[in-house]
Design a protein around this ligand. Structure first.
Ligand code: ARG
Length: 459
């Protein structure tokens, strides 16, 4: 057992209690942030005259050594320490003696851990953003290449109207773009430095909190020391943003699984992103998409868990808050892995364009356009809807498409039809006459793709 306190205790801590309380097994992940925070603290202590310049230089130098040695494997983090903060401080004291003991002046582990977690989260927000950006590049490439690749669009998982692969992927572009905007907003809101909040009530030392904040790249210090040590909103926001990302990935996964199924065969997942069956030799399974869909529950779980942990905690710091770490670490790693793997799968997916087109053709996806044709020739829409409904019934019976009916057959149901109806209900016309912003026509998609390209360039 190695802990930083003990003066007021008359007995050793029970080993089970010690283990239950200790966090080093998971917060050792924060060694870099902990050292970065300590260096900034020391610089500031020297600036305000609490440490001499020499003391500060020695401590900073030794903190750098500790960091290098952890990273190159020469220093193994001792898991008998209570937490990463105790470990770093103990190492420092071992090297520097009394000078090392001055590091914690004007600081509490409460504001220390609040800072470490913020530094970690800020970095992770940036990494998730970069992963999302890479993913958007892939989606945009697929959009550009498939502006005329026709497929059925669905509602209720029933074929509805023809769209294109570019249009379908464009929907996901918008979703992941919003996800990036959410990440950006969270970073803006959380980028204030809690160090200097002390245990809860600030300190009696004249700390220059603005200076510490500046060194660490924050916009400034947090404005209330009680809130500074007990705020985990930013983490809840991050887990919430990750949950939304996972929800988007999960919907996308579901579609890929359906498209890749034997019944649809719209796409083929690359061998590198598929797995086989131990018994059924013919199988090629979409496990990556299924796992991404499955792991969504795990990330939602982390969000629910932290919300629940935080809901009953009186101000200020309470040990419950230590529970933020394992679940946040796990959710962040999970989400990052999912984005990267999903991107790889989508980047290598093959579109069976013929099958997609035929599927759009065979599903009466031009029925709305047939009704619109009648409307343009003076039939009220509700009547046109009924007429085309009868046409569809007729076609189902004969197992043909509307465009396969002869003009005589069509005229039998409505006199209004003329030869030009065939052009009006072709898949190309159905797609390319939808010219509103955001619609699937080539013209509309070119507009959207230009906007999305500019967005990626400038973000
Ligand atoms: N391991 C603790 C955490 O993660 C660090 C802060 C401990 N502070 C304290 N007063 N016990 O929250």
């Amino acid at each position: 057992m190695a802990q930083l306190w003990g003066g007021r205790f008359t007995k050793e801590t029970d080993q089970l209690v010690y283990d239950f309380n200790a966090s080093i097994k998971f917060d050792k992940k924060l060694y870099r942030e902990d050292i970065t925070g300590s260096k900034a603290h020391v610089k500031m202590l020297a600036k305000v005259g609490i440490l001499t310049d020499e003391e500060a230089i020695d401590i900073e130098h030794e903190l750098d050594n500790i960091l290098t040695n952890i990273e190159n494997g020469n220093l193994v983090i001792d898991e008998t320490c209570e937490d990463i903060h105790s470990f770093v401080e103990t190492c420092l004291i071992k090297k520097l003696g009394d000078v090392g003991k001055k590091l914690h002046t004007g600081r509490s582990r409460n504001d220390q851990v609040a800072l470490d977690m913020r530094l970690y989260t800020r970095k992770q927000l940036e990494l998730v953003d970069a992963d999302l950006k890479d993913f958007l590049e892939v989606i945009l490439r697929i959009m550009k290449e498939n502006i005329t690749t026709i497929m059925p669009g669905f509602t209720h998982l029933q074929k509805a109207q023809p769209i294109t692969v570019a249009h379908h992927f464009g929907a996901y572009f918008e979703m992941f773009k919003r996800d990036r905007q959410r990440i950006f907003d969270i970073r803006e809101r959380m980028n204030y430095c809690p160090l200097g909040s002390g245990a809860l009530a600030g300190t009696t030392y004249n700390l220059d909190r603005e200076y510490t904040a500046e060194i660490l790249g924050f916009k400034g210090p947090t404005l209330n020391s009680m809130d500074g040590v007990s705020d985990r909103d930013y983490l809840i926001e991050f887990l919430s943003a990750l949950s939304i990302i996972m929800m988007h990935l999960s919907r996308f996964s579901e579609e890929v699984i359906i498209w890749n199924s034997n019944e649809y065969q719209f796409v083929e997942i690359d061998d590198a992103y598929s797995t086989g069956s131990s018994i059924m030799p013919q199988k090629k399974n979409p496990d990556i998409a299924e796992l991404v869909r499955g792991k969504t529950g795990r990330v939602y779980g982390a969000l629910m868990s932290l919300l629940t942990t935080m809901k009953g905690i009186p101000l200020a710091y309470n040990k419950d808050m230590q529970e933020d770490k394992e679940l946040a670490f796990d959710a962040i790693e999970t989400a990052k892995n999912c984005i990267v793997l999903f991107r790889g799968m989508i980047d290598t997916i093959k579109f069976n364009k013929e099958i997609m087109r035929n599927s759009a053709k065979n599903g009466f996806t031009n029925a709305t356009d047939a009704a619109d044709y009648l409307v343009k020739h003076g039939v009220p829409f509700r009547d046109a809807h009924g007429i085309v409904g009868r046409i569809v019934l007729y076609c189902i019976e004969k197992n043909i498409g509307i465009e396969d009916m002869s003009l005589d057959e069509l005229k039998e149901i409505s006199e209004v039809f003329e030869e030009d109806v065939y052009d009006a209900i072709s898949l190309e016309t159905c797609v390319n006459t939808r010219l509103t912003i955001g619609a699937p026509s080539v013209k509309s998609m070119e507009y959207s793709i230009k906007k999305e390209t500019d967005y990626l360039k400038n973000s």
